[in-house]
Design a protein around this ligand. Structure first.
Ligand code: ATP
Length: 342
């Protein structure tokens, strides 16, 4: 990772009146990476990329794309950075082919329109009007429009919001296809799964600040050493099984706690918790109907660093326990505090 960064954001700060939307955000994106900016709604992701694209004047810090200072020279970044911002506003009657050719005409050296339509599986929909496209096709068109200037870097903002799971997965494949053509991608998302699946590295932003940065495995491995095993005990032996596990939690260094909910017994402990649970149940001749280890995700990282649960579909994160696990609860800001962007 010693190449010159394609994108550099250093100590970026942006306020809207009293509201601090972005507060000292820094990160660098290397050539060929899919780099994620992940965070709940209202975290400051869009403001960050709008400053990077020279669409907003920052209050402090620097933003560079391929060495160009985008705050000082917003015009110079146009051909370098393709931006797919949320909700592209196209006329209902414009066809796919017309839209792509129209946008291509804005650039001195546009991408090959035919190739672009092929890449995005839009060639067969060239004659279809915008209003008649499905959600997934509209998103693919908006990505095409971001790429039509043949940029070295593309910003894709919330590109799978509103798509069904299949269309979302198709779009992920597409993003990888775009990257394999040499485009560096800055992916803005509030979907944990999307970030985990696609991003080489990412920053997690919350309340305008970077709260975690790294590769998904680094972030996940960095949170703590706790592991959970979930068991479904057979009805006839459930009481005995729970007794065995409760004794284990009281006596075994690798087993910290046991909890029951909805017919599932969750045993939490160290990385070696499974080694303790299975022999103890075997000794008692309790054969679970189901055993699974719970994999940790970026969602656990978010909880660990912010002390709050993460709800991608809600307007913000929900009230939850604090990071120290003390069980205190607090309400969180959501998009309710959003001002008028226009
Ligand atoms: P979303 O995914 O909902 O767009 P985000 O993480 O991209 O969220 P931003 O849109 O950058 O977040 O907003 C960051 C904060 O700044 C939010 O509290 C938002 O309400 C506020 N904000 C954004 N634009 C404006 C504006 N033009 N005027 C006032 N406040 C704004």
């Amino acid at each position: 990772m010693s190449a010159t960064p394609v994108v550099e954001v250093a100590h970026l700060r942006k306020t809207y009146g009293e509201k601090v939307a972005v507060d000292d955000v820094s990160f660098a994106v290397q050539p060929g990476e899919i780099f994620g900016i992940l965070g709940p709604n209202g975290a400051g992701k869009t403001t960050t990329v709008e400053c990077l694209a020279g669409l907003r004047q920052a209050d402090g810090g620097t933003t560079r794309v391929l060495g160009v200072d985008t705050q000082a020279d917003p015009g110079a970044v146009r051909g370098l950075l393709g931006v797919q911002l949320q909700e592209s506003a196209l006329h209902d009657k414009i066809t796919v082919g017309e839209a792509v050719r129209l946008f291509a005409s804005f650039y001195p050296r546009p991408a090959d329109v035919g190739e672009l339509l092929d890449l995005l599986d839009l060639a067969q929909h060239q004659g279809v009007q915008y209003a008649k496209l499905s959600g997934g096709q509209k998103q693919r068109l908006s990505i095409a429009l971001a790429l039509v200037g043949d940029p070295r870097v593309a910003v894709l903002d919330e590109l799978t919001t509103g798509l069904d799971p299949q269309a979302r997965r198709n779009t992920w494949d597409l993003v990888e296809r775009v990257r394999s053509r040499g485009v560096t991608i800055l992916l803005v998302t509030h979907f944990m799964e999307e970030a985990e699946r696609l991003c080489d590295r990412l920053v997690v932003i919350d309340g305008g600040r970077v709260v975690a940065a790294g590769t998904p495995p680094e972030l996940i491995d960095g949170i703590d050493d706790t592991r959970t095993v979930q068991l479904r005990l057979p009805e006839a032996d459930a009481a005995r099984g729970r007794e065995v596990l409760a004794r284990l939690a009281a006596s075994h260094a690798d087993v910290h706690s046991v909890a029951d909910a909805g017919g599932v017994t969750a045993v939490t402990g160290t990385r070696r918790v499974l080694f303790a649970v299975v022999p103890a149940l075997a000794d008692a001749d309790v054969l679970p109907d189901d055993v699974r280890t719970v994999s940790r995700t970026l969602e656990d990282v978010f909880v660990a660093v912010t002390g709050r649960t993460y709800d991608p579909d809600a307007a913000g994160t929900r009230a939850v326990r604090t990071a120290d696990g003390a069980g205190r609860r607090r309400e969180l800001t959501s998009t309710a505090d959003r001002g008028d962007r226009s």
